[in-house]
Design a protein around this ligand. Sequence first.
Ligand code: PEP
Ligand code: MG
Length: 555
Amino acid sequence: MTNKETTITGIGVGRGLVVGDVRRMPDPLPEPAQAKSSKATGEELDRATRALGETALDLRARGLQAGGLAKEVLDALALMADDAVLLANVKDRIDQGSTAERAVFDSFAGFASILEAAGGYMAERAGDLSDVANRVIARIMGVSTPGVPQSTTPFILVARDLAPADTALLDFDIVRALVTTDGGPTSHTAILAREKGLPAIVGAALANVLVDGDIVIVDAGKGEIVLHPDAARIAAALVEAQSRQVARDGASGPGRMADGHEVQLLANVGSSKSATAAVESHAEGVGLFRTEFLFLDNDTAPTVEAQRAEYSAVFEKFPGQKVVVRVLDAGADKPLSFLTDEGEENPALGRRGIRALFAHEEILRGQLTAIAQATATTLADVWVMAPMISTVEETEAFVGICRELGIRKAGVMIEVPSSALLANHILEIADFVSIGTNDLTQYTFAADRLLGTVANLQDAWNPAVLRLIREVGLAGELTKKPVGICGEAAADPLLAVVLVGLGVTSLSMSPTALADVRAEISRFTLPEARELAERVLSTRSAADARIAASAVLTQ
Ligand code: PEP
Ligand code: MG
């Protein structure tokens, strides 16, 4: 008997289309029983100590093997396993009669709930703790560590969601696509897939029916997984995959629509290394230089001289091209100890972004001075913008200081609904605006962008967000000033077309997303994009908006 073809839907990341067989990531280990230990206390403590130590060693070894950013992630996880306070807590529990596995489970859970209560960036780390706990418990129990299956042949990885320790070591020659049942468009998995240019479908709840060996078609462009496709369907998918690849490879040069309308395609960078990736991906410049990434480990504000050198290292890669520098965006998910207030109950609603810089104006002035100095010795066209602007007064104050310190182009980010609604006034003062859709979505729905439990709300396809963007697009058309997008939404190829239809003039994204977006916008004329935008604006939900846009594609 042959199995019936079934289509499972989720949120697609990228435009990739892949045919392959499924390998499932084992589900997390069950919670260890609460029963009292029958072993001697010393023996239990020994089991726990050994497993914690071995886990730390294993994570460090994996880090060394992976190098780069993955090493930093894995080293941070190893530190959690090594933590002396945690070990003392485990020992206390064992002394009270716990088994080693239960003591580890409870201790990590206790630490995780402290982080969760702290919210924001800290809450995000709670997930990492439970990942480390699982690794330690698996060792104590002598079962295989939950994680990515090992294989020498390519497969499509299906999981509930992926933890940083899993993704850090993914072999992209073997893993052809990712499918998760949980998580949203800004989950760790989605961000990784976008960064690596790997097709992915996240939040596909019904993908839990997939089992090892199932043949599936994963179409990230349509957000569809086809289970048990017949031979004709597979053949058609392979032809389609090939033609998408050809369109992608053939799309180079500046962003241009089918009618010649130009849309600048820029890259988001956070260091001179990522600037190199941007150049290699044929970005037309930088639409968001996240300067705070350079100083996340600093205890004190960097000197003007140190900053000038960092900025120059990025600028020199873009002679004759635009580089939009964002002044330090501290707070919430990106705490900088020299700028961020400690102990705020809601850091995402607190003194973050430009608010923190106005509270430490000497740091803002120092940074603008460093940028102005680096600008004086570069051929790059340097623009500067402020994050988290929420009023016209803040715009006036920021642009005023920029002018005083010799910054030629001063703009602001639209990341808060209030500034989207006031965009016409803001653009009378600022030279340009750039919409940060990650935060704009977070604040539109009052849903923490780092919190998995509300990830379904973090969706820029929702017409509520798109209507706000429309306000900004109209203000840009009226004042004839540039309106950019620099949030994750710009990296979604079809959404990028919608955004252009809403009046956006440039799109900035992680470098790996550029080829797909370049290919997609070249398929539409500007009037078509406007029509698409109109259709999407009148929908009632993100899901309906996607359907309305995809319907145009299949016409
Ligand atoms: C955004 O909020 O969309 C944005 C681009 O800024 P960040 O993601 O760095 O907060
Ligand atoms: Mg932001």
